[in-house]
Design a protein around this ligand. Structure first.
Ligand code: SAJ
Length: 431
């Protein structure tokens, strides 16, 4: 087998770095995306997402002629599908979200048109168990002239696999190369072909399993982290009630050689940890009791933080009886979904700040050192200020993200404000 031309379908946070990685190894790469703006940007040697080192890689790949983007698939030897797998809108807060596989379906239908005997199709998108087999069925429906693993096993014309991505945003370029890779072929030949493709740039181990286990492996990794964070978040609420410093408590417990508790925070954000457990819960709701409860615990944490701010407000007003809420300035430190990144999507810190904006404080300030401007949708409600302006004159300071810049703040400067520290960097924890 030789995979000289590789097509990556979906040029987002995973697809574009992967495409650039193949191109850096001098493979001919055809990137496909329905977003004309993304295609034009990439063909101009630029990038439409934020990820360290990626801009240089893409520019070089395009300049040297190894990477080209287009809106519709062209023939290739291997197709990697890295499209979004969101959820359908939920009917009410208590219902379990249903995965929306329509992007995979459209990608499969588009790729099917250019498939030829011997091609490999790899699904990289995080998906519910069974999605890879479903994708193969969609491909087969379009191409009755070709055979697929679900009907022809090892003899199939087309090879199909699920090889989930596991890279950490902000470290994608390094982790794509160094991380071990789970290779879930629908047959052994499908796995062998996939290993050959990934060996182009992967230096970690390529560990073979079947497609369903590979799907579940990815969901398990992120659910495991979600459950662990839920434990830490639950501890923080218990400790608050018992007047115990949760950060000190976790440090002490972690001295035990077999205990490793994660860190509490304002909630769990991002596009993976807070999302992927739902793929398991959706498939097996009666069996996923712990995973479901962990999701609820983590989703509840931002509401708990908002209640703490309301209590702080009541405390402030009772001590300053000549003042009203219109005299109160609240500063939120951090809007991103985790430290030292600029990504505001699915961010508990941002959601808490937006909720506080509805309480009509005299001033609601926000500090986010990793962005220069707020998105237009937030400009009416929130004022973006510097660290110094936020500290100066705020009555309540709410620390929401443990950005490096906030760790450097001299705690003595915060003395006059009521502090709600959800990450334990200023006052050892939520008090
Ligand atoms: N968080 C805590 N406490 C902690 C650790 C994290 O509250 O002790 C919060 C963060 O603040 C953030 C959220 O969890 O809001 C998620 O952050 P993260 O750093 O745990 O994970 P992501 O979403 O950036 O990336 C994860 C990674 N998965 C695992 O670590 C198991 C990454 O390797 C995956 O590739 C990625 O999901 C993905 O694409 O699925």
């Amino acid at each position: 087998m030789s995979f000289n031309t590789i097509s990556v379908v979906g040029l987002g946070y995973i697809g574009l770095p992967t495409a650039a990685m193949f191109a850096s190894k001098e493979k001919k790469v055809i990137g496909v995306d329905v977003n004309q703006h993304a295609v034009d940007t990439i063909n101009a040697g630029k990038i439409h997402i934020v990820e360290p080192e990626l801009d240089v890689m893409v520019k070089r790949a395009v300049d040297e002629g190894f990477l080209r983007a287009t809106t519709s698939p062209e023939p290739a030897d291997a197709f990697l599908i890295a499209v979004p797998t969101p959820f359908l809108p939920i009917k009410d807060q208590d219902s379990i979200p249903k995965p929306d596989l329509s992007y995979i379906k459209s990608a499969a239908k588009a790729v099917a048109k250019v498939l030829k005997k011997g091609d490999l199709v790899i699904l990289e998108s995080t998906s519910p168990v069974g999605a890879t087999e479903q994708m193969s069925t969609w491909l087969a429906e379009e191409r009755s002239d070709l055979s697929f693993p679900q009907t022809h096993g090892e003899d199939s014309d087309i090879r199909i696999a699920h090889c989930p991505e596991r890279v950490l945003p902000g470290h994608v370029v390094r982790e794509l190369v160094e991380n071990d890779r789970v290779i879930g072929g629908m047959t052994n030949k499908c796995s062998e072909a996939s290993i050959e493709v990934y060996r182009t740039f992967v230096e970690g181990d390529c560990v073979v399993t079947n497609a369903r286990t590979a799907e579940m492996a990815k969901l398990t990794e992120n659910s495991s982290r979600d459950v662990s964070i839920a434990f830490a978040n639950e501890l923080s609420i218990i400790c608050d009630k018992l007047d115990i410093d949760v950060w000190e408590l976790i440090n002490l417990a972690n001295l035990h050689p077999r205990v490793n508790i994660l860190q509490p925070g304002p909630g769990v954000g991002g596009h993976c940890i807070a999302v992927d457990p739902w793929f398991i819960i959706f498939k097996t709701p009666d069996e996923s009791r712990l995973i479901h409860t962990a999701r609820q615990v983590n989703d509840h944490k931002p509401h708990w933080v908002i209640e703490k701010v309301k209590l702080a407000l009541a405390d402030f007003l009772s001590k300053n009886q000549n003042k009203t809420i219109k005299d109160v300035t609240v500063a939120c430190f951090g809007l991103a979904f985790k430290p030292n990144i600029d990504d505001l999507r699915e961010s508990p810190a941002l959601n808490i700040t937006k909720a506080l904006a509805t309480l009509n404080f005299g001033n609601l300030l926000a500090v986010e050192p990793n962005i220069v401007d707020l998105p237009d949708s937030l400009k009416n409600d929130i004022e973006l200020v510097s660290i110094d302006s936020a500290i100066d004159g705020s009555d309540i300071c709410v620390l929401l993200v443990d950005h490096a810049e906030f760790k450097l703040i001299d705690k003595a400067m915060l003395n006059n404000a009521i502090i709600i520290d959800t990450k334990g960097i200023w006052c050892g924890g939520v008090k």
